[in-house]
Design a protein around this ligand. Structure first.
Ligand SMILES: Nc1ncnc2c1ncn2[C@@H]1O[C@H](COP(=O)(O)OP(=O)(O)O)[C@@H](O)[C@H]1O
Ligand SMILES: [Mg+2]
Length: 376
């Protein structure tokens, strides 16, 4: 279940009683390697939504996507598309458009012929094909490029042709498996926004797979975080960022410091220091715990400045200053914790920039450090 109060179907104008476009029920994939590639995954996706499955390499993202596409049969569980079970439906009958990292465009065909291909395969009325192809060339902003051969197009243009080819037959579902992973950063970020624009324009229900947390936050209506075949959380980007379900999610999204200790009523205790924090889930005082605090939620000041509103205040020394362009990342050595704490500073032009070895005071509010049960 998506952790949100409002109905996501209502947000796109679908009737409230319409079944989710995709329904994944207790789906597992066991390749017989000892651990399951996908372990009882369940989620619903409503019409017109853009879902990103985010996780590290080997977490089961591609396997899950291949089962939805029909290339792989789940060991157990069921998948429904448009309210109908697709267990026995072959991939080419599932009304799914796909773009993978290997674009698999036909090099001997022109851009327009590539886009027309799925229409011909589906025995579309030939009289309508040129108009439809032109419409999709326009959609991906490549009108006028129809007669180019694939090698006469740039990497970004080839991506656009692949998207047009995946969408031209108006599938019920678009699946993207890291299609942007091989692109350089600037082009990748441009294409992320393009994927989102095109998806919004057509309103096509989309499942995107990536290991790039930034991409997931930027493009998605909802995110699923996977690791070891297991779904850790399914939520909107904002909710996932604000309220990670567990330590894995907290560490995977954003830049954080991790502090080991023992849970107390008000946070975390270690080596005689008590740090203010919020206990998550079923964590009880006395249990081994880990506090996670995001780099942008730690306040930093000269040691004599009092940090109003911060329940935790610690003294430290700047160990390193990392310039990231729009912001600085301070690595602050905190003797009381015998470890470093990461702190973002979002205004590198400001006068209050600290140099290496400067003494500083750090602080955070209780709600900004989430304390999770320590798992191995
Ligand atoms: N055909 C296969 N046979 C055996 N193991 C596989 C096969 N496909 C994937 N796996 C294993 O399943 C796990 C998940 O893989 P995959 O779904 O490709 O992860 P991701 O896409 O998140 O990187 C990995 O441990 C991988 O080695
Ligand atoms: Mg993969």
């Amino acid at each position: 279940m998506l952790e949100e109060t409002q109905s996501s179907a209502a947000a796109v104008g679908a009737p409230a009683h319409a079944p989710p476009t995709v329904r994944v029920r207790e789906v597992s994939m066991d390749f017989g390697t000892g651990s399951k590639a996908v372990d009882r995954a369940s989620f619903d996706l409503s019409l017109g939504r853009f879902l990103t499955i985010l996780g590290p390499s080997g977490s089961g993202k591609t396997t899950l996507l291949r089962m939805i596409a029909g290339f792989q049969r789940p060991t157990s569980g069921h998948i429904l598309i448009g309210g109908k079970p697709v267990d026995a439906v072959p991939p080419d009958r599932r009304s799914i458009g796909m773009v993978f990292q290997k674009l698999a465009l036909f090099p001997h065909m022109t851009a327009a012929e590539n886009i027309a291909f799925p229409l011909k395969m589906r025995r579309f009325d030939p009289a309508f094909i040129p108009t439809r192809v032109r419409r999709f060339l326009e959609l991906v902003r490549l009108d006028g490029y129809g007669n180019r051969r694939i090698h006469e197009l740039s990497g970004g243009q080839q991506q656009r042709i692949a998207i047009a080819r995946a969408l031209v037959f108006e599938p019920a579902l678009l699946l993207l498996d890291e299609p942007l992973a091989a692109l350089d950063r600037k082009l990748r970020e441009e294409m992320q926004l393009e994927f989102r624009r095109i998806q919004k324009e057509l309103g096509v229900t989309t499942i995107n797979v990536t290991h790039d947390q930034r991409e997931a936050l930027v493009v998605s209506d909802e995110i699923i975080i996977m690791d070891g075949g297991f779904i850790h959380q399914h939520a909107s980007p904002a909710l996932m960022y604000r309220s990670p379900a567990d330590e894995f999610v907290a560490r995977f999204i954003g830049v954080s410091s991790l502090i080991e200790g023992t849970a107390t009523v008000g946070g975390l205790m270690l080596a005689g220091v008590t740090l203010a924090g919020s206990l998550s889930g079923s964590l009880q005082p006395g249990m081994a715990a880990r506090g996670v605090v995001r780099a942008e939620q730690v306040r930093i000041a000269r040691p004599e400045v009092s940090l109003a509103g911060c329940e935790t205040v610690l003294l430290g020394t700047i160990a390193d200053v990392i310039f990231e362009g729009e912001r600085l990342l301070y690595v602050v050595e905190v003797p009381a914790l015998s470890q470093n704490i990461l702190v973002y500073h979002h205004d590198p032009e400001s006068a209050a920039v600290f140099a290496t070895d400067a003494p500083v005071s750090l602080g955070w509010r209780a709600r900004d450090m989430i304390v999770f049960e320590a798992r191995p």
